[in-house]
Write a protein that binds this ligand. Structure first.
Ligand code: PGA
Length: 249
């Protein structure tokens, strides 16, 4: 039985005071939840979140990481730095990183390796654009994105990772994939891993992301291959985020 995970991706949102209130709400409610909960604030707030989450069951994650361990890479943050600030997870290959910052499948795979070397659990984000879906290429795109990591690191790497299926057309749009659409892709992701190792596939948590709201979370999380959610907009509103966590219970 896979324990569900609900992770909040704050994107480039937050401020010290606002974060204090949000984190206090989440930690106060989290202890009674059956699912695992994580929050991924922007880098400058990791220290704040680390201390706010101390002693709580809520895990900390980051939104990106450098593929390099250290050196002359102005503006970058390494995996060991994230580990030092208590991060358990790091999002990788989010569609905004792929689309706006030029992260290719190959770069995402190198980042995945760097994250695991530092003991972080990568949350590997996969997703097709609307054009790719409409041209019937969803499964091909998802398989290609996943293969980049499998080919570089082998299936064993997926035993210490999480996957998030996030159709690009559903992110921040208010249009969510239907539970059946999401389930179809989640099952295909698990099947691709199962070809290489059935045990790893069975244990792999595959989150859904893209306009998850309290109103649609129960049905999405009720699908057999959906093991929780990666939440953007609704992760900034404590009540909404906690309702989504409850839906994963
Ligand atoms: P959304 O974002 O919930 O606002 O659609 C999800 C994400 O980008 O991870």
């Amino acid at each position: 039985m896979r324990k569900k995970l609900v992770a909040g991706n704050w994107k480039m949102h937050g401020a010290l005071q606002q974060n204090t209130a949000l984190l206090a709400h989440i930690t106060a409610a989290a202890s009674g939840m059956a699912c695992e909960i994580a929050v991924c604030p922007p880098y400058p707030y990791l220290a704040q979140a680390q201390s706010a989450l101390a002693g709580s069951v809520v895990a900390l994650g980051a939104q990106s990481v450098s593929e390099h361990a250290c050196g002359a890479f102005t503006g970058e943050v390494s995996a060991s730095m994230l580990a030092e600030f208590g991060c358990r997870y790091v999002l990788l290959g989010h569609s905004e990183r792929r689309g706006l910052f030029g992260e290719t499948d190959a770069i995402v795979a190198v980042k995945f390796e760097a994250a695991q070397k530092a003991g972080l659990l990568p949350v590997l984000c996969l997703g097709e654009t609307l054009g790719e879906r409409e041209s019937g290429n969803t499964m091909r795109v998802i398989a290609r994105q996943l293969s980049a990591v499998l080919d570089r690191l082998g299936v064993a790497a997926m035993a210490s990772a999480v996957v998030a299926y996030e159709p690009v057309w559903a992110i921040g749009t208010g249009v969510t994939a239907s539970p059946a659409q999401a389930q179809e892709v989640h099952a295909a992701i698990r099947a691709q891993v199962a070809v290489l190792d059935a045990g790893v596939a069975e244990g792999l948590r595959i989150l859904y992301g893209g306009s998850v709201k309290p109103q649609n979370a129960v049905e999405l999380f009720g699908q057999s291959d959906i093991d929780g959610g990666l939440i953007g907009g609704a992760a900034l509103v404590a009540d909404d985020f906690l309702k989504i966590c409850l839906a994963a219970n």
